[in-house]
Design a protein around this ligand. Structure first.
Ligand code: COD
Length: 322
């Protein structure tokens, strides 16, 4: 019998399916190694420990060993099961965890109790970081009531105010993650407040340029349109009422926002008000990176790890196919 590989998969439609695939990958190939930068935070320890018990990951925790052990004990976690490595401060923990991934010792990098900007700067370090020459960007993956598909939203956590060139790479990174989760080709909506190209709205003009580039085959692997307002991107009825004729309208898988403020409020509204199950990954680096907000619920961190396990396994196949 041929060995089971994960080159071809069915499109994942919800977090339950995503978790099942992550479990299967770990069953077949063993747990992925995850290097955690500054692990002295309860939600992080809980999430990596749950993923460890499920066999998804083998965590290597960088930080203050005493504090990590104390938090773990308070959570009822047996510390002898954890691999802990000393770092004298969060910046050093970010450096050591990043090096564990860039040296190939670990498969996934995860942010703990360290400022996002310090964590990201470590990943961008020219000597020992995880740069590929591509833009790094954050993608949120979430499921929503009443929809039979996963949504991808970017970028609400890394790129502050992307220009046209950066926005194109943000689209491409989100498309790569959709392919990783079997959604191929995904439908991409470039979000704006309007669905007409208003010359006074620079970002809507950029959206129209990106859509035209996609039409001409300059961006591959996805069906792309914009500008589209959120309602007519995800509701076929809204698109019909507004008379929008577009293969993406009402059917979008990927939602691209203009800047970090829009994306971050979008992300946190979903998690706090709508209580959706979500996960976040940084794409574009040499390995998947889990960057969740320090206050994010443990489930977001756990699901992000599961997504990273799939990405660590499938990214080489997805890159091969391009
Ligand atoms: N991808 C690849 N390379 C990048 C990126 C990127 N997204 N951003 C910067 N670089 C490279 C630049 O090309 C340059 O070579 C070097 O990194 C430094 O660039 P600067 O000076 O523009 O970058 P920094 O160090 O000032 O900032 C980069 C951050 C990622 C730290 C910054 O963009 C940031 O703070 N983003 C917001 C993070 C955040 O607070 N998120 C909160 C939500 S969790």
């Amino acid at each position: 019998m041929e060995a089971l590989d994960f080159k071809e998969i069915q499109p994942l439609r919800d977090m339950t399916g995503l978790l099942e695939l992550a479990r299967l990958i770990a069953q077949v190939g063993g747990p992925k190694k995850v290097a955690v930068a500054a692990a002295e935070e309860a939600h992080v320890i809980e999430a990596v420990n749950e993923a460890r018990i499920e066999g998804l990951v083998h965590p290597i925790l960088f930080g203050n060993p005493e504090r990590i052990r104390r938090i773990a004990s308070e959570l009822g976690i047996r510390t002898q099961n954890l691999e802990i490595r000393h770092a004298k401060n969060p910046a050093e923990a970010a450096e050591l965890a990043t090096q564990a991934v860039s040296s190939g010792e670990a498969d996934i990098l995860m942010k703990g109790m360290v400022q996002s900007s310090d964590f990201l700067r470590a990943a961008l370090n020219r000597e020992w970081g995880l740069r590929t020459g591509r833009l790094l960007s954050h993608v949120l993956i979430y499921e929503a009531k009443g929809y039979d598909r996963l949504f991808f939203m970017s970028d609400g956590a890394m790129n502050i105010n992307p220009d046209l060139k950066a926005k194109i790479q943000i689209v491409e990174n989100a498309v790569t993650l959709a392919h990783v989760l079997g959604v191929n080709p995904p439908k991409v909506a470039l979000l704006a407040a309007v669905e007409v190209v208003n010359p006074e709205m620079d970002t809507a003009v950029e959206d129209a340029i990106i859509a035209k580039m996609a039409d001409r085959g300059q961006i591959k692997g996805a069906v792309i349109d914009g500008p589209l307002a959120l309602d007519n991107a995800v509701s076929e009825e809204a698109a019909r009422i507004k008379g929008i004729k577009s293969p993406v309208a009402g059917k979008a898988d990927i939602l691209i926002v203009d800047n970090i403020d829009v994306g971050n409020v979008f992300y946190k509204s979903l998690i706090y008000f709508a209580r959706v199950r979500g996960a976040g990954l940084i794409m574009g680096a040499r390995a998947p990176m889990v960057l969740t907000s320090r206050a994010d619920p443990e489930e977001v961190k756990f699901l992000s790890l599961a997504t990273a396990v799939i990405a660590a396994e499938r990214l080489p196949y997805v890159h091969e196919a391009v």
